[in-house]
Every structure is written in C-alpha cells, then in structure tokens.
Design a protein around this ligand. Structure first.
Ligand code: SF4
Length: 328
C-alpha cells in the first residue's frame, strides 16, 4: 500500500527541498554570517550515493516535487550528475539559485526537464546588489535572468526585503514585470543564525500591499494562490508578469504546508524554523532504516512555524542554523 507523509494536522508532505551544499559564491548579509560559517570536513556531508539513497526513500513515501537549493547548488561539483539522476525519478524538479553559473547549465537543466527557476536578486541597482551580496556579479546575474526568460524557463525572482535597504525598489521590481513574464516574489526578512535579524528591519506583507495599492489602485488584481503556495500573488493589469509576497514572519501560510527539508549533512527539518532536526545520515551509515525517522519527524511537526513565539515578541528568540545551511 502506498505510504504518504501526513502530519497530525492532515498536511500531506510531497515536496522535498534539498540543500546540496553549505557553500556559496556570494556572501549575502541576510544569509551568510559576517564571519562566514565554519567549513566542515567532507565526511560530514552526504556523498552522492547517500543522497540518492535518502531521496529514493522520500520518493517511495510520496514526494512528488524536489527543489535543489544550497548555499548555491550550482557550485556543487557533481551538480549535473545529481540533476540527471533526480530527473530519472519522475518527480518535478526545481532550482533555487543566485543565477551566477546558470549559463554553464542551460543544456543540463533542459535535459532534466527543469521548467522553473527561482533566481535570487535583491536589488536592481548594481552598487546596492554588490553591497548586499558582498560580491560583484550583478551584470552576469541580470544577463542570466533575461536569458532564462528567452530560453522559456518559468522564472521567479526572489528578493528579500530589508527596511531602508532595498524596500525603495519595490515598484522598480514590479515595473520590470511590464516587459518580462516573470514573477517577482518579495520575501520577508527572516531570523536565522548570524543574520542580525530584527523585527524592525522587516518589511511586512501589509506594508508592501498598501504601497502597491497606492501606486496601482484598481489596475491591481489579486491572483489565485497556488495549492500549498507560499506566495500571495498579484498582477498589474496589462503587465506580462506578476509579483507576490512571501510573509513567513507577519502573515504565515502554514495551514497548507507540504514542505520538508533535507540538509547537506543529511538531517531533516520538518519546518524552516524547526530547531529540532532528525539525523538520517548517521542512521543510514549504520545500516539502519531511515523511513521511520522520516515519519517521526513528520509526526512531531508543529502546526505553525515550529511552535515559535510571535516574532514581534520582545523576548523572541530562535536557535536555528544560518540560512546558507538550510537553503530557504
Ligand atoms: S514556517 Fe514551517 S510550517 Fe510554516 S510554511 Fe514554513 S516550513 Fe511550513
């Protein structure tokens, strides 16, 4: 009998996000701690064979969609091999990338039937982009975004909004969708280890909504939210593209959560904010069955945001990894 990963709130988990690597060719300050993260021995991470074994278990438990994240997944040496193997499993494959190396993998992505690319770009201003990422790749990223659209990929642009840093560009991003059919997603800044998160830096769902309502008025229409969707989507009438707001901090969307995360060191997080993790890799290396560990993790999932207190609470605290070792 086919088994599914259904938690005690009736949510069926069929979407696996895999962080392939804890390294990146950017240093975004809301993701990578200022002093970087401690580099760890290769043996602490899943080998290709171990990754495939664990993914096979998940697919057998009803996973239908896989997203590859990082760090930056495209810097993984055997990325093309991993992509090819996962494409053979008959699941929907998606990628979240910073876009720098996309031009190396167009053929591999097409061959693996990858249709959707989420590309991170937090500013349309070169200097600000370089300041946020602490690297100088704006031109290459921007060119790869345009090329991805031209090659027919379904492109989503992920922009993490931080108050007084890039929130002044919300309308500029939306105006890009007049010409290009991509979906801009404004992501609320979230608390992770080492990113100096502070409630006051958050640009809330309501703030974005009132700004765009003021700017576009009745030219704005709300779009259907995708099943299990994380983004509330809108479109300016007559524009080719759309935009959305992902509001985990001020307006969470946990009711329809279908996501589970696998980290590069072989642990699963049943929620982006979960402080508890389940170690599959150690069990696998001891020849133990990992299926029951996966079920245990799903059964212990909280209804909302890993049971964390309200983020605006004065004494709000969380002990989580840095974003680079979760992959969003
Ligand atoms: S916060 Fe956790 S439970 Fe809520 S949608 Fe995100 S991953 Fe799912």
């Amino acid at each position: 009998m086919e088994q599914f990963l259904v938690d005690k709130f009736g949510r069926k988990h069929d979407y696996l996000r895999i962080s392939l690597i804890e390294r990146c060719n950017l240093r975004c300050h809301y993701c990578m701690p200022e002093d970087g993260i401690q580099l760890r021995d290769k043996s602490e991470f899943m080998s290709q064979e171990e990754l495939f074994k664990i993914v096979d278990e998940f697919v057998a438990l009803g996973i239908k969609k896989i997203r590859l994240t990082g760090g930056e997944p495209l810097i993984k040496k055997n990325f093309a091999e991993i992509l090819k193997h996962l494409a053979s499993l008959g699941v929907e494959l998606n990628i979240t990338t910073n876009g720098i190396l996309l031009d190396k993998y167009w053929d591999d992505l097409k061959a693996a039937n990858v249709k959707s690319l989420n590309i991170s770009i937090d500013s349309l201003e070169k200097d600000k982009f370089n300041a946020i990422t602490r690297r100088n790749y704006f031109d290459r990223v921007y060119q790869n975004i345009i090329t991805a659209v031209e090659k027919g990929f379904d492109v989503k642009l992920n922009a993490v909004l931080i108050k007084n840093e890039n929130d002044g560009e919300i309308i500029d991003f939306i105006e890009l969708t007049k010409k290009y059919p991509f979906s801009v997603r404004f992501i609320e800044f979230m608390p992770f280890d080492g990113n100096k998160w502070d409630w006051s830096k958050t640009v809330s769902y309501e703030t974005v909504l009132s700004l765009v309502n003021f700017e576009y008025g009745d030219k704005l229409k709300q779009l259907q939210t995708e099943p299990n969707g994380t983004s509330r989507n809108f479109q300016v009438k007559g524009y080719k593209g759309s935009f959305g707001i992902i509001s985990s901090v001020t307006n969470p969307f946990c009711d329809s959560c279908n996501r589970i995360r696998l980290t590069a060191d072989g642990k699963i997080k049943n929620c982006l904010f979960s402080e508890e993790e389940t170690d599959l890799l150690t069990a696998l290396r001891k020849g133990k069955d990992v299926k029951h560990l996966i079920f245990e993790s799903i059964n212990s999932k909280h209804k909302e945001r890993a049971g964390l207190k309200a983020f605006e609470a004065k004494d709000f605290k969380t002990r989580n990894r840095s974003m680079i070792s979760i992959g969003g």
